[in-house]
Write a protein that binds this ligand. Structure first.
Ligand SMILES: NC(=O)c1ccc[n+]([C@@H]2O[C@H](COP(=O)([O-])OP(=O)(O)OC[C@H]3O[C@@H](n4cnc5c(N)ncnc54)[C@H](O)[C@@H]3O)[C@@H](O)[C@H]2O)c1
Length: 336
């Protein structure tokens, strides 16, 4: 086996695990050796597809296959066991967003990751986009003043055949739409603007009725103040059946950026230029490939800077969404 072969394993074998595993059909020298899921049939199905072993127990898999890197792709409520098992064995991991539901557990994981000097990556794939990186570069010299954006979707329809549609509408499992989904936008504004200092939020409830077991908020409006002095108004809504969309607009004194759609197609506007510049967004397959290839590159080289989001950084994004939750519950502005 060549020394640069990287063997990866998956904990959680749902929709996102399948998307990440698909990248490995193109990444050379990085076989997938194990799949683990509490629903063992899902682990078995993927193990068969990728000629790997399947497991129902995290520790058993890690000890049996000894991977060089692990994907933790479980729903928000199921974090903890997988991360601690990897830390204990000093195995670097990639974790999908949001990193947790419990801030104190996430802080404990971050602390232990740092103590173990462990390489990590987090699934904020928009940080790999060409348009986002161009905007970030321009904003270094002309800093953002205001950001507006978020996720608007239709009323959820739970389908027992599709697990995410069931756990997503349960606040105790997903954390709600702002924490689970608009976290992408929260992370992007941090990537473009810097660290936040305070959060104030309000949430709407009572519009989505008659959906069995639905107990998340219908909409969010979240104001964020940044250390740079900039401000953002971010939103989420899952009760909009006439119009949906993902948007982020960022305004600076002499430039502005408009990101639209899941793929964050980017338009750049500059004072003194009549035409806006358009940057075609990467496809879904391409952006996950870039993110996964960066993870493998990090594992090969031991260089944490190869990935755009690590656990310690993602903890700050998570803290903003937790603060939004607390602000909506207490009607108080939450300092960070
Ligand atoms: N980056 C993105 O664009 C993106 C998109 C969708 C979802 N996600 C995130 O990815 C994560 C997974 O989402 P999904 O759509 O794959 O969900 P899913 O429900 O399709 O799959 C999750 C899998 O994890 C398994 N699981 C649950 N607890 C487990 C445990 N303790 N140990 C092992 N397996 C366990 C479930 O049985 C299920 O098979 C979520 O955090 C979600 O927010 C990210």
């Amino acid at each position: 086996m060549p020394v640069d072969t990287i063997r990866v394993a998956f904990i959680g074998c749902g929709v996102m695990a399948q998307r990440h595993a698909a990248s490995y059909e193109k990444i050379g020298g990085a076989p997938i050796v194990g799949f683990c899921d509490v629903a063992e049939d899902r682990a078995q199905a993927l193990a068969e597809k990728y000629a790997a072993q399947s497991f129902g127990d995290v520790g058993e898999m890690l000890d049996a296959v000894g991977p060089d890197g692990v994907y933790i792709v479980v729903p928000p409520f199921a974090h903890g066991e997988a991360e601690f098992a990897c830390i204990e064995r000093k195995i670097p991991f990639f974790v999908e967003k949001p990193i947790n539901l419990d801030l104190s557990q996430a802080e404990d994981i971050a602390h232990k990751v740092q103590q173990a000097d462990l390489l990590t990556a987090v699934g904020y794939h928009n940080r790999y986009r060409t348009g986002v990186n161009k905007a970030r570069q321009i904003l270094q010299d002309d800093p953002a003043v205001l950001a507006l954006g978020g996720w608007i979707g239709e009323s959820p329809l739970p389908n027992p055949e599709v697990p995410i549609t069931v756990w997503w509408i349960d606040k105790s499992k997903s954390g709600g739409q702002f924490l689970e989904q608009a976290t992408h936008t929260v992370d992007l504004v941090r990537f473009l603007i810097g660290e936040a200092t305070e959060v104030a939020a309000v949430a709407a409830q009572g519009f989505n009725v008659g959906i069995p077991d639905y107990n998340i908020e219908d909409a969010w409006a979240v104001s964020i103040k940044f250390a740079s002095g900039a401000v953002a108004n971010l939103h989420a809504c899952c009760a909009s059946n006439a119009r949906e969309g993902v948007t982020l607009d960022v305004y600076a004194k002499n430039c502005a950026f408009q990101f639209t759609g899941w793929d964050h197609h980017c338009k750049i506007f500059r004072t003194g230029r009549e035409q806006s510049e358009e940057i075609i967004a990467e496809s879904e397959e391409q952006i996950f490939y870039q993110e996964d290839a960066a993870f493998v590159d990090m594992l090969r080289t031991g260089d944490q800077s190869k990935v755009q989001s690590d656990y310690a950084d993602a903890l700050n994004t998570f803290a903003i969404t937790v603060a939004a939750d607390r602000s909506a519950a207490t009607s108080e502005k939450i300092p960070l």
